[in-house]
Design a protein around this ligand. Sequence first.
Ligand SMILES: [Zn+2]
Length: 507
Amino acid sequence: MVSRVLSAGLRGIDGYIVTVECFLSGGLPRLDIVGLPTGAVSEAGERVRAAMKHCGFDWPVSRLTVNLAPADTKKAGTAYDLPILLSILAAAGEINALPPDAVFLGELSLTGEIRPACGVLSMALAARDAGCQSVFVPTQNAAEAAYASGITVLPVRSLGELISHLGGQAPLSPCPAPPPPVGHPNELDFRHVMGQHAVKRALEIAAAGGHNVLLSGSPGSGKSMMAKRFPTILPPLTDGERLEVIRVWSAVGLGEEAVQRAERPFRAPHHNSSANAVAGGSGAAGRLPTPGEITLAHRGVLFLDEFPEFRRDVLETLRQPMEDGRVTISRVAGQVTYPANFQLIAAMNPCKCGWYGTDRCTCSQSSVQQYLRRLSGPLLDRIDLQVAVQPVQYEALAARGKTEEESSADICARVLAARQIQYQRQGEGVCNANISPAELGTLCPLEADASRMFAAAFQRLGLTARAHDRVLRVARTIADLDGASSIEAAHLAEALQYRTLDREAAE
Ligand SMILES: [Zn+2]
């Protein structure tokens, strides 16, 4: 006889329904799993056999064929263990027919415990969209699965517990809807950063307009300290963005961490990281490509310290995602698209030794130029704000404890106000950094004296067409922070300051 159990798979971060069928036939006892199982799925048989015996069931003495449909899609991960086991039990007549509108997910231990799996939230959403009434998930995945509204989520600890539930002896209790996110008091706060008002101002502009930033300054000037605090001044995640973030993190088995986090993600890969680790694509041979750091930074911040030290191929992989907000990875095993809509903060020393512009610098002019040339032009073109970070002044440190620095909450309030203006003008969620070249003329009107100033500066600094557009977008954000409808000379002058590298390159 043939049994049928519903489960779900994951493609990128999208779930889809998988039907697990089991057919018992005569012949030598053996188990075949078909339907393109890869990696862990092809080993599911061993776990299923052990878990079944441990829970007091007999392994059927017949030939077992398990089919995972649709058969033309590669199946990865461990979530199929439980539905495979149930399909075998049902085919052998050991349990009654399963509820037809329920989806089962979970990895099995050899003793029948149900272990967490990757991508459970997206799978639960797929089950809901397919019209299923309930989804059985590992207990550790219950918190993320609860974000799938409109379907009953039933957390299961062990196979024994599930069998008792299905038999009606001890019904499982459904997982309640998730509580609204609580803003955890973050230990990181701009209140603790003394001085550095020019850099804080630049980061405020970046947060307000969604601009990418490059911080250039000597070691110890506080670049990473400030970058780490950047998420604290960004607008909180909307409900939709939060769901996207949890789905992404869930796909790599970090769903629980994502559920507990109130803020936007912050990822800081080391400069030795490979292109696979940063953009995605690692994983064993024959497996589908896995998400990288830029996907984990989705809806948050990607911080690249020692920016010029990153390998050229790693930096090149960033270009397309920075344009499209997603990354497509092609490998022999298949092609996957992951979301990768992040804000970039890059940090670098001004030269190889780090002390350019001071007496301590030992670099020759040509080696400084060579160092700067490591940054790829097209990538630099996607960074709106270039900020020179000066060493912390003694006065700022001496004032510690005596003067109050502005808190992240205060800065964030201004950021939110500027975002509101942008969303009303450009549509919900569209920041100034995303204004298309065609719209720049109408959305960024310059006052007469600002216009004259820009014409002169364009010649003097030798700006490229792209740099011209970036200055306009940044000036638009500065005007929005100021509550001004058109761009004034002062706004433009400030925006022009944030092209330090263009200036150095022009010299
Ligand atoms: Zn130097």
